[in-house]
Write a new protein. Structure first.
Lengths: 345, 345
DNA sequence: ATGAAAGCGCTAACAT
DNA sequence: ATGTTAGCGCTTTCAT
């Protein structure tokens, strides 16, 4: 195959150990030896075989990041942050798509890619609690996102209920009374969107004059702009007549705004809109989007740190109780909710 | 460490070979043996150590994809396509950021990650031809994107000149006469944006009445929405008074549209806009964006196929002449260039 | 400061 | 159909 340590050693007239020492920057090597070896390395174009090194060391320096898909800018931006942060810590990232499918998620949750990766960061959508319990305890696993589990794994997520409540309250504070929720999922109580829906309900409940009927909750099949556009159209057609919409995510919000504009409904005058995720997209819409901004940088760092703590922290760290880390979030006000709040509620 | 083949073999009372046969689905194993071994595997929760397998086989089934960054939706969508397509062929993707920095790109171009990856797909920005020539011929390398090199590597890119010419001509066909180009890079002749600029020039040159002054070419520092917004502002302030803008990419176009809208310039009535990349974003802008759509799926597939051909195709394939593959593109007309073309030119 | 040799877990050639 | 064994390329005791 390629050039190995042995080849270099033979050519330089030293043992493999010495070459290994040079390659790894071991201190106690005579400058003369080092130079000679280095010269042969350059001559031969030797590159250490990482696979062999990994096998020997029992570690690869690779972590896997399993996300639904990169087509969603939120996940792309998050992956960007994870890759960059991990690179700074000398870890590389293997990126996998689950497509939000349970079978795929199960595959990763259970030790798929065993001993190829040192650990896994997984953002599940359909994964069930039982799937996690069935896991052979392999590499450490860090969970990401809104789904909640009772399993012994670290979990990184902002407080989704609080964030949704903040978003909804912002709309109510503007004097809106018919605040719709876009992006629920039918009959999936513990699933994604559940916590955000709960936050929405909580804010509505606190606000005496606010409408709280189920006709204000619109389900979507997925989380894309197209789903948002369709759901908004259905909501409008149903006669629900909202004066504000809180959307499960920014993509749905952008789609909803598109439908509103097409139908001559003004944003924010007639209907105010709030999204969730703070994707770059929302900042440059012609009506820029008010949104909940989860601190992606913090999420990415917390996820990687949690993983590495279990990897590098020794036995106590590896055995420590699972932690639930809640990075912060912020409400970013933009044009889609412009307007002064009413004096009285 | 974990459970190895040997452990399973001992427990099942067979040799490692037999266990290996079972694990790899080798046909000639008595059902009884197979079942017994499988049972022990399940009991012990055995998982093959992929690193060891890779070392032994000299192949890892991993390809690296090195992109500037995932924050740009074009790259995110492209990565999405690469990952999905590679997964279907049982390859996994290691995703690396170059941040468009030459030193990073050089690192990957030269056999970084040697023998950890079977091959590399690289989308360079600053990489120079000499960097490629200095490459120790390690794993196969496939180049992606507008930069052109004279180096023995496959290159996948749409015909950027033709695409830019198509885009610009579309604007001219609308009767526009002062078509600006947004997204050039100062004094970087062979760099990104060069080919698209050339396509712009070609279209203008073909169109007798069209303005072709340098004041219509606006440089940007990067390729983000913010860069586009700023460049558009500068162009407007400079008094160049364009009636159309062809942008290096969709992000710049979205930023430009934002500036135009803010300044009360109507799109497309006063200024028509065309982008490049066909990111999802552009489809749902309140004024949806006309754009050049490179066939991302085709690009991703061509890149992976080219790599795998060299990997799996035997010696002839590995030594074959470098190929320059040009997937197709399409002009997608949307609202940002709406309006009937003028009768006479 | 350097060398010799064991062994990480697997596959494949060879043997039975 | 199954067992034995060498060896992928590296790091790491243990010697010297």
């Amino acid at each position: 195959m390629g050039i190995s340590l042995k080849d270099v050693a033979a050519r330089a007239g030293v043992s493999v150990k010495t070459v290994s020492n040079v390659v790894n920057g071991y201190r106690h090597v005579t400058p003369a030896t080092r130079q000679r070896v280095q010269q042969v390395i350059d001559e031969l174009g030797y590159r250490p075989n990482l696979t062999a090194r990994h096998l020997r060391k029992g570690r690869t320096g690779i972590i896997a990041l399993a996300l639904p898909e990169l087509g969603n800018p939120y996940f792309a931006e998050l992956a960007d942050a994870v890759i960059s942060y991990a690179a700074g810590l000398d870890y590389i990232v293997l990126l996998d798509h689950t497509n939000g499918r349970r079978d795929q998620e199960v595959l990763f949750a259970q030790g798929f890619r065993a001993r190829l990766i040192d650990g896994l960061i997984l953002s599940p959508i359909e994964l069930e609690n039982e799937d996690l319990l069935a896991r052979g305890n392999d590499a450490p696993l860090v969970l990401l996102g809104e789904r909640e589990y009772e399993a012994p794994h670290d979990h990184i997520a902002i407080d989704n209920v609080a964030a949704a409540r903040t978003a909804t309250r912002h709309l109510l504070d503007l004097g809106r009374r018919r605040v719709a929720f876009l992006g629920a999922r039918h009959g999936r109580v513990r699933r994604v969107a559940h916590l955000r829906l709960r936050g929405w309900r909580a804010a509505i409940a606190e606000s005496p004059g606010a409408a709280d009927g189920d006709e204000l909750v619109a389900a979507t099949d997925g989380y894309t702009r197209g789903d948002g556009a369709q759901a908004m159209a259905r909501l409008l057609d149903s006669g629900a007549a909202p004066d504000a919409v809180f959307c499960y995510n920014d993509l749905i919000a952008v789609g909803a705004m598109r439908t509103l504009t097409e139908r001559g409904v003004r944003v924010p005058e007639d209907v105010a809109v709030v999204g969730f995720d703070d994707i770059d997209d929302g900042r440059y819409c012609s009506t820029s989007l008010t949104t909940i901004a989860p601190h992606k940088q913090a999420i990415a760092q917390a996820a990687v740190d949690a993983l590495l703590a279990r990897l590098d922290g020794g036995d106590e760290a590896a055995q420590a109780e699972p932690r639930h880390i809640r990075p912060g979030f912020a409400l970013i006000r933009r044009e889609s909710t412009l307007g002064r709040p009413l004096e009285s509620g």
